[in-house]
Design a binder for this molecule. Sequence first.
Ligand SMILES: Nc1ncnc2c1ncn2[C@@H]1O[C@H](COP(=O)(O)OP(=O)(O)OP(=O)(O)O)[C@@H](O)[C@H]1O
Ligand SMILES: [Mg+2]
Length: 387
Amino acid sequence: MTLAEIATRRLVIVDDEPVILDLLASVFLNEPLEVSCFRDGHSALAHMRAAGVDVLLTDKNLPDIGGLELVRHARAITADSEALVITGYASLDTALTAMELGVFDYIVKPPRDIFDVKRKVLQAFEKQGLARENRRLLGDLRAKNEELESTLEDLRAMQAELIQAEKLAGIGTLASGIAHEISSPLFGVMGLAEAIQEEDDVALVRSYAADIVEYSRNIKDIVVELSGYSRAAENEYLTTVDLGRVVEDAIRLVTRSAPVDGVSIETDLPGGLFVHARTNEVQQVFVNLVKNAVEAVQEHRTDGRVKVSIGQTDNHVWARVEDNGPGIPAEKQAVIFDPFYTTKPPGKGTGLGLNIVYRIITKYRGTIVVEAGASDGARFLLRFPVD
Ligand SMILES: Nc1ncnc2c1ncn2[C@@H]1O[C@H](COP(=O)(O)OP(=O)(O)OP(=O)(O)O)[C@@H](O)[C@H]1O
Ligand SMILES: [Mg+2]
C-alpha cells in the first residue's frame, strides 16, 4: 500500500456519549488514519456522503438514526466499507441484523479493553485492504486474460492467412511446371492449326481437327486439376470422391511442379474406393504427403522410392504413403503435425503442410498416424470412415 493510500484511510466514529467518543478517538491519535467523530447519526451520514468512509465504528443506539441503519448507509456510500457496532446490550435480534449486514465485529459497551477495540478497527482496515488488493489483482488478471485472448485471436487470423498464402505459394511453384506441361499440347494445336490453313485435303483437315480436340482436352484437364487445387474448400460441395483418381491427380501435380529425378513413385490404387469429402481437400492431403516423401528421399539418397497404396476394410477406407527416406525419429512424431514445424531451410518449407493434412483428415472424422523408424523411412497411415 502506498503512503497516499494509507493517508486516505477514513475512520468514522459515532457515539452520543462524549466521554466514550473522546476515549475511542484518542486511541487512534497516532495511527495514519483520517478520523472523524460525530455524536449523532445525521451529521455522520452527511459527512460520509461528502467524504466517503472506509471503516465505521458506531454506537447502536443513537438519538436519531439507528447504528445499524447507519451501517447500511455506509455500505451504500462505499461498497466495501467495514463496520463495527458498539452496543449496551446484545439482543438476538440486533445480532442477527448485524450478521445480515456483514458487520465486522460487535463490541459490548462499555468496552472493557479500549485497545482491543483499536485492534479490531485496525483489523477491519486490513480486511478491507486485502479485499481491495484482491479485486485489483482480479482486475489485472481479467485484463491480462483479455489481452491473451485477443492475441490468440490475432494468431489464429494470422495462421489462417498464412495457410492461404502457403496454398498460393504452392500454386506458384506448380505454375512453372504446369506452363511446361501445357506448352507441348499448345504447340501441337498451333502447328496443326497452321497446317489446316494450307491444307485442301478434307480428310486430312478432319484428322488434324481431331488431333486438335485431343490436345485441347489435355490442356483442359491440366487447367481443371489446377483450379481444383486452388479453389477455396468451402465453395465445393461434399461429394463421393474416387480416392484412386484423386491420388493419381495429386501425384501428377507434385511430379509436374518439381523435378523428381531419381525418385520412383509406385502406386497400388485399386478402383472403386470412395470417401465422402471435398475433392480438392483430399487432393491437398496427398499433394502434401507425396511432396514431403519426395523431398525426404531426395535429400537422403539416390535410389529414392515413394509408394502410395489404398484399400478398404469393413468400416474404413485407408491410404498409405511410404518412402525410404530418413524416417521421422520417435520424439519428432508428435510435433510434425504442429503448424510451422519444419526442418527445411528458410524459404523452402513453411511447416504448414502436415498441419493442413491433419486438419482436413480430422474434419472428416478420419485419422492419420505416422509410423517411422530411423532406418526404413516414413510411413503415413490414413483412415477415412465409411458411412
Ligand atoms: N516423409 C517424411 N520423411 C521424413 N520427414 C518428414 C516426412 N514428412 C514430413 N517430415 C518432417 O515433418 C516436417 C513438417 O512437414 P510439413 O509438411 O508440415 O512442413 P514442410 O514440408 O517442412 O514445409 P511445407 O510443407 O510447407 O513445404 C518436415 O519439415 C520434415 O521434417
Ligand atoms: Mg511439406
